[in-house]
Design a protein around this ligand. Structure first.
Ligand SMILES: *Cc1c(COP(=O)(O)O)cnc(C)c1O
Length: 378
């Protein structure tokens, strides 16, 4: 049996060996600046173009529509802060109550800058119904931003339909696809996305690198000013090792996506079945239309943080709701948004898988959980 089991892949993932190997030469010998006109600059520029191509082919866009950023958070910030000044004086931004804080906090900033924000309510499974958007959108709406899949409870949103509604009113549509990318079929052309965020470290790439797809023709006001890199949309010397790593991570994930999704789905379902057999347990989030790697449970009479720490002592790494809210002991805003009480929200455990999760790890989790539950309920 594995002595160490990692079930916090929604928080971050291991860097794939092939990704690391492809990155290392760009720390060691190929350390040139892609803006330099000499040979070493050229090597860096070529590697960056290759990575851009891999990512654009995964999303079905043009390489010139990819802007590299320092992560998913910056991509989300840029998508919102960057687009709204160019939307003809429209003053309203629509988002949802289950978004990542990178979106919700940026919306708060926009409010302080004089914009109006509408936060759509989710249903009990965390879904934003197209009719909810229809009821709130108007011709003063500049941008609609709804995530492709939720990081806490795994709900997959009907983004293509939501984008269509946004476009009917002349608004742009952005999606935070950090969790969905390489796990849900994404095609920015087919689904009419105007902007879309991804991140390296959620797909077995490195931390500190991400990208924003921006449809050709959509104007972006940069939030980072300086040397004019990334077509003026994001200044600062490019993170070449990170960019190479994101490109490689994308390529590997896309090449085995179908098989990986199938395997993770089967493992996830076996975990859900087994945990729901345990008394006082329930599932948060949807039965259908859920990320292949996400299972999220509530346990009566249990404090989630106690359970996570107890499991950690047994070598099992899981999370309560979202590592993104940095050790917070407040109930997750996603849990309250789906109608859970604060005490229900605080009794949760998120199990998130990756394509490297083994059956041994699953066995370790399922054999340790009943004991851990007994101990923390005492
Ligand atoms: C992790 C995450 C982010 C933030 O990405 P970073 O690269 O860590 O900045 C944004 N949105 C969602 C849905 C996430 O899961």
């Amino acid at each position: 049996m594995a002595e160490f089991a990692y079930f916090d892949n929604g928080g971050t993932t291991a860097v794939a060996e092939e990704v690391l190997n492809e990155m290392l030469p760009f720390f060691r010998e190929h350390y040139g600046n892609p803006s330099s006109i000499h040979a070493m600059g050229g090597t860096a520029l070529k590697a960056m173009s290759a990575a851009r191509k891999r990512i654009s082919s995964a999303l079905n866009c043009r390489p010139s529509e990819i802007v590299f950023t320092s992560g998913g958070t910056e991509a989300d910030n840029l998508a919102l802060l960057g687009t709204v000044p160019h939307l003809g004086g429209r003053k309203k931004i629509i988002t949802s109550a289950v978004e990542h804080s990178a979106i919700l906090e940026t919306c708060a900033r926009l409010r302080s800058l004089g914009y109006e924000t509408t936060i759509l309510q989710a249903d009990r499974e965390g879904r934003i119904a197209p009719d909810t958007l229809r009821a709130h959108i108007d011709d003063d709406t500049a941008l609609v931003s709804i995530m492709a899949a939720n990081n806490v409870i795994g709900t997959i949103q009907p983004v293509a339909e939501l984008a269509m509604i946004a476009h009917e009113h002349g608004a742009l549509f952005h999606t935070d696809a950090v969790q969905a990318f390489t796990k849900v079929d994404i095609d920015v052309m087919r689904d009419s996305m105007d902007a879309l965020s991804i991140s390296g470290h959620k797909i077995h790439g490195p931390k500190g690198i991400g990208a924003l797809y921006v449809r050709n023709g959509v104007k972006i006001e940069p939030t980072m000013l300086g040397g004019g890199q990334e077509n003026g949309m994001r200044s600062s010397t490019e993170n070449i090792p990170g960019i190479v790593g994101l490109g490689k991570a994308t390529e590997i994930a896309m090449s085995s996506m179908d098989d990986d999704v199938k395997r993770m789905t089967a493992m996830r379902d076996s975990i859900i079945d087994a945990v729901l057999e345990m008394s006082g347990s329930y599932l948060n989030g949807p039965n259908d239309g859920r990320l292949c790697n996400n299972a999220h449970f509530g346990f009566d009479g249990v404090k989630g943080t106690d359970l996570v720490l107890k499991l950690s002592k047994k070598g099992i790494m899981a999370s309560t709701a979202s590592a993104c809210s940095a050790g917070s002991t407040e109930p997750s805003h996603v849990m309250t948004a789906i109608g859970r009480s604060p005490s229900e929200a605080l009794s949760s455990l998120r199990i998130s898988l990756s394509r490297y999760t083994t059956q041994d790890e699953v066995d370790h989790l399922l054999s340790s959980l009943p004991d851990a539950l007994r101990a923390v309920r005492k």
